[in-house]
Design a binder for this molecule. Structure first.
Ligand code: OAD
Length: 254
């Protein structure tokens, strides 16, 4: 259980959240760890097993789509398709229900924020629920694609790629533009479960802070934002911290 210092920080976070007018959350792989999806970096991270600059890079995918599907995407599909939202996703949905949170900017491609009930989710790196044909650009839900043949093919004969962002690709311009706008307009940003090492996503808290917002991080570990961009870090797993914040907020509202 928590010490007094952590309990006080949770109380402070609940007060800051209750007092804010425009709250945004930026989330990363860490928020989905408790749903059984491994993160990219750190212990048990995906990048310990495969080289991201190979398997998550668009150039390698275009040269060797079957290899990327076999070594990376098939497993990702199986892990994501079994995952359900956890207490942290549900906590963010509850914040929206309490009219405290407007938008979630997520780097995740697992769709769990929408499944939990958040209605305004910017999928900064796209979504893995959809595939897009490299030839005709048609999109298809991954569940409807025939994955018995790898790489999967569209009815036009073109290869399917995931409709998510690979290294070496641009962030969808509309997502980037809207994220910039939202980051500069919010007065509080919750930064949950991201190592804040990948740009331009990691710039969003910096934009928010420079525009006067408070930045609260939730992460079991410090990040490059900690102690500089973020006002404070709630050190712990996202599910437990979010549960405690919601309990505090319900106390404030009662
Ligand atoms: P990372 O894997 O880089 O970082 C995961 C973060 O989650 C770390 O800071 C962990 O300390 C933290 N973490 C681990 N368990 C947690 C828990 N239970 N609760 C809260 N936090 C926890 O993931 P991202 O920051 O999302 O991009 O990575 C950013 C991007 O790098 C990804 O979107 C992906 C990747 O390459 C692309 O593929 C384009």
């Amino acid at each position: 259980m928590y010490g007094d210092m952590m309990k006080n920080l949770i109380k402070k976070a609940a007060k800051d959240i209750a007092a804010a007018k425009r709250i945004t959350a930026l989330t990363g792989a860490g928020i989905s760890v408790e749903s059984g999806i491994p993160p990219f970096r750190g212990k048990n991270g995906l990048w310990e097993k495969i080289d991201p600059m190979k398997y998550a890079h668009i150039d390698y995918f275009l040269q060797n789509p079957a290899d990327v599907w076999n070594k990376f995407l098939k497993e990702m599909r199986s892990v994501i398709s079994q995952a359900q939202p956890n207490d942290a996703h549900r906590g963010l949905a509850k914040l929206e229900e309490m009219n405290l949170l407007q938008t979630v900017i997520t780097q995740n491609i697992d769709g769990l924020h929408q499944m939990a009930g958040n209605t305004d989710v910017i999928e900064f790196h796209g979504n893995f629920a959809w595939l897009r044909c490299l030839e005709c650009n048609a999109v298809c839900q991954i569940g409807d694609a025939d994955l018995s043949e790898i790489p999967p093919k569209c009815s036009c004969g073109g290869l399917y790629r995931p409709d998510s962002v690979f290294f070496g690709e641009m962030i969808p311009p509309l997502h980037l533009k809207r994220s910039h706008e939202i980051a500069s307009a919010c007065d509080l940003m919750l930064v949950v479960g991201t190592s804040a090492l990948v740009q331009p996503a990691a710039l969003m808290p910096v934009i928010a802070r420079n525009s006067g917002a408070k930045i609260i991080e939730i992460n079991p570990e410090a990040t490059p934002l900690t102690g500089s961009t973020s006002n404070y870090l709630l050190m712990g797993t996202a599910g437990e911290i979010m549960n405690n914040i919601i309990t505090e907020l319900e106390g404030i509202a009662a």
